[in-house]
Design a binder for this molecule. Sequence first.
Ligand SMILES: Cc1ncc(COP(=O)(O)O)c(C=O)c1O
Length: 427
Amino acid sequence: MLFRPKTKVCLVLLQVMDIIEQIREEFPALHQQVWGKPLIYLDNAATAQRHRKVLELQELMSSRINANIHRALHKLSADATDLYEAGREAVRNFIGAESREEIIFTSGATSALNLIAFSLVRSHLTAGDKVLVCEAEHHSNIVPWQLACEVSGVSLEVLSVEESGEISLERLRELLEKDDRIRILSVNHISNVLGIINPIAEIVRIAHSRGVLVVIDGAQGVVHDKVSVKDLDCDFYVFSGHKIYAPSGIGALYGRRSLLENMPPYMGGGDMVDRVSFGRTTYAPLPLKFEAGTPNFVAAACLKPALEFATAIREDIQVQEHEKSIVSTMVQGLQQIEGLRICGLPQELSLKVPIFSLDIKGVHPADAAQMLDKMGIAVRSGFMCAEPLVSRYSESGLLRVSFAPYNTLSECEIFINKLKLVTDMLK
Ligand SMILES: Cc1ncc(COP(=O)(O)O)c(C=O)c1O
């Protein structure tokens, strides 16, 4: 009787381990050796591995259903078009958008943000207006706005984050109250450096109360948090396929229909037009107005199996618990390493996803990453395409470790032990 609870805990743990092992079986890339060591892949925030069903569809389309979409009347083209549009429906469903017209395929989060920046600044802003971005943005959510500002007389403002990496809603409110020229706020759902879930619903409410449009960079958000653009009421939401078990070269942009309808196309070319003449060209209806040229239709179709997998795991309570265990094991383990600082530790640990950026006194992150690589452990080092934020923590960059649901607790423990070894050797 006395030992029953312990037995129960062990049973639950065994069940979770079993589920994670089953998930691992679906990812062929995990089952390989690197430098003669079993691969421990902890660079998922950069690119996640592809699911088996994604690889199968990629192979099927490349070898059998390879024809341009939307154009020809033949069977292969019709089949490719159906698969492409099924990818769109999968995105619509995954992020809870109302209609397929609001889902635009792009080549990734970067191209989606460029599209929004250039088109929205042209249609909705005038010289003297301002765009607000957060200090913790990826370059993809900074540079497109800088470029769009340069050609429109609009300027860029920055909302800095707290020492913990969190956004202060109070500071946001004050900024917006003080400056009514801020017309657009573009902010990440989860930073690729800090791994903190931002209170985006509250951010949207505050911005909308001042008439400010909100763009959300969900490149990391869709991987670790549930998204319903309808409930969030955001104006735009973007993400990339390769971070969520799909191939690279595909991403999606959700835009509120009334806004998309009034925005000019970003690129011109085939498929995005209604009629073309040298005197006047008219555009195709949404979503094609924003999809010029032959898209990566294979990768777009592959979003369906990828997002079906992502939906299944995000609804699985045991997988969610596993993710929390990774976070707490990492925090406890890392705190034992002398001179190590976790950049981005929120007051509430439930807001932290398993993305850890580390500053280790006396250790260059590139040296640590190289040594870990030789041990079979793939991590990232440097500025993580977020130089303004990372330079606040360190001049030489950080070491980033990012987990996916297929990473085990034992991989997490091996990483911590190897990092201790590496830091002892490098200090
Ligand atoms: C938060 C965030 N935004 C944008 C991007 C850009 O994504 P992509 O390179 O797939 O376009 C990334 C990629 O790391 C990211 O993490």
